[in-house]
Design a protein around this ligand. Structure first.
Ligand code: NAD
Length: 344
């Protein structure tokens, strides 16, 4: 079987070549993203392998179908970039529901610690032999309250890490996990209670109609003064303009973003020699209390290995058995009423 692999990066290739060659799946790596302009590249392939910023909209789905391409293998968990309703009955769409929740949860804590202990500032200072401590005062995480929105695989690992730091957890999930609420240090609450009482808010839910701009002007108004916002989930969970306004008004004490609403225009590419066209992103990055990483949270050896292994297994399952436990399906409601990946 031959797969067109879009948005290929050097770190993807060794893992996909290893698992592909063991299982009779040949990948042709294209650096370009999949969209209506590039879909022609998929001609002659059995399927396409795509990532978070490829566009699998109705036009691309119809083109793939016309070319006889019938598998879309997402090498990620989120699938907000696929028009699942339009894909239904036309293409198999498979994903990697979990690769390393530790990778994302640990990166979230790395961003939080960097921000609240000003490591990003001290790193630059000491490289310039500036050993002054002025402006580097942080705060203890111990005893603080973290609001965690989405208590699936990543959210729960992040909660464990926060508990290790002696933090209290207020959790919100549309489908609360049984046994997580201990009535004391970890409690499920409504969104308003979470906004009003959290020092730090971390997003670990998928992007759906319900969660689009869950951090917005209204929700920020309910938050504590100096709240720290962490988003390692999906950019459009946060209204970036409202966040910027919150930072300018000092309501938001800090923000750590691994994802950004318009990231597909920039993330994963080197724009260091260019004029940044996105004023909101440029302004956010210019703030001393904002840390941006470019959708890097997943990027560990362990996660890359799991992503390649699961993607190849998904492809082989569909080809050989015509079904796969990781297949997404519009009909069973998974895309409208997401239940943590339980599609059947
Ligand atoms: P998961 O499916 O295990 O957990 C998602 C949780 O969100 C579930 O408990 C679900 O019930 C809950 N949820 C669904 N709708 C909700 C709503 N309206 N409000 C609140 N909670 C809701 O997923 P996961 O593996 O923990 O991943 C979480 C998210 O992390 C993914 O959706 C993806 O967007 C993001 N992610 C980011 C990276 C990265 O590199 N930055 C990597 C992997 C995943």
């Amino acid at each position: 079987m031959r797969f067109a692999f879009f948005d290929a990066k050097p770190y993807d290739k060794p893992f996909f070549e290893k698992y592909g060659s063991k299982n009779g799946v040949e990948f042709k790596f294209f650096e370009t993203k999949l969209n209506s302009d590039t879909v022609e590249l998929a001609k002659g392939f059995d399927g396409v392998c795509v990532f978070v910023n490829d566009t699998v909209d109705a036009e691309v789905i119809d083109s793939l179908r016309e070319m006889g391409v019938n598998i879309v293998a997402l090498r990620c968990a989120g699938f907000n970039n696929v028009d699942m309703k339009h894909a239904f009955g036309k293409l198999h769409v498979v994903r990697v529901p979990a690769y390393s929740p530790y990778a994302v949860a640990e990166h979230t804590m790395a961003l939080l610690l960097t921000s609240v202990r000003r490591i990003h500032k001290s790193y630059i200072r000491t490289r310039d032999f500036n050993f002054s401590l002025s402006g580097l005062t942080g705060f203890d995480l111990h005893g603080k309250t973290v609001g965690v929105i989405g208590t699936g695989k990543i959210g729960r690992v992040f909660i464990d890490i926060c508990r290790g730091f002696g933090m209290k957890v207020l959790a919100y999930d549309k489908y609360p996990a049984e046994g997580l609420d201990n009535g004391d240090t970890i409690r499920y609450v409504g969104l308003d209670e979470l906004f009003e009482n959290s020092n730090i808010i971390s997003l670990h839910c998928p992007l759906t109609d319900d969660t689009y701009h869950i951090i917005n002007e209204d929700s920020l108004a309910k938050c504590k003064q100096g709240v720290v916002i962490l988003n390692t989930s999906r950019g459009s969970l946060v209204d970036a303009e409202a966040l910027l306004a919150g930072i300018k008004s000092r309501k938001v004490g800090a923000a750590c973003l691994d994802v950004y609403e318009e990231e597909s225009d920039f993330f994963f590419e080197d724009y260091s020699g260019h004029i940044m066209e996105d004023d909101t992103l440029a302004r956010l990055i210019s703030m001393p209390n904002v840390i941006v990483s470019s959708h890097q949270a997943f990027l560990t050896e362990e996660a890359l290995e799991n992503i390649a292994e699961t993607t190849v297994r998904n492809i082989v399952d569909i080809a050989q058995k015509k079904q796969c436990a990781n297949e997404l399906c519009y009909r069973c409601g998974n895309t409208e009423d997401y239940k943590g990946g339980k599609c059947f």
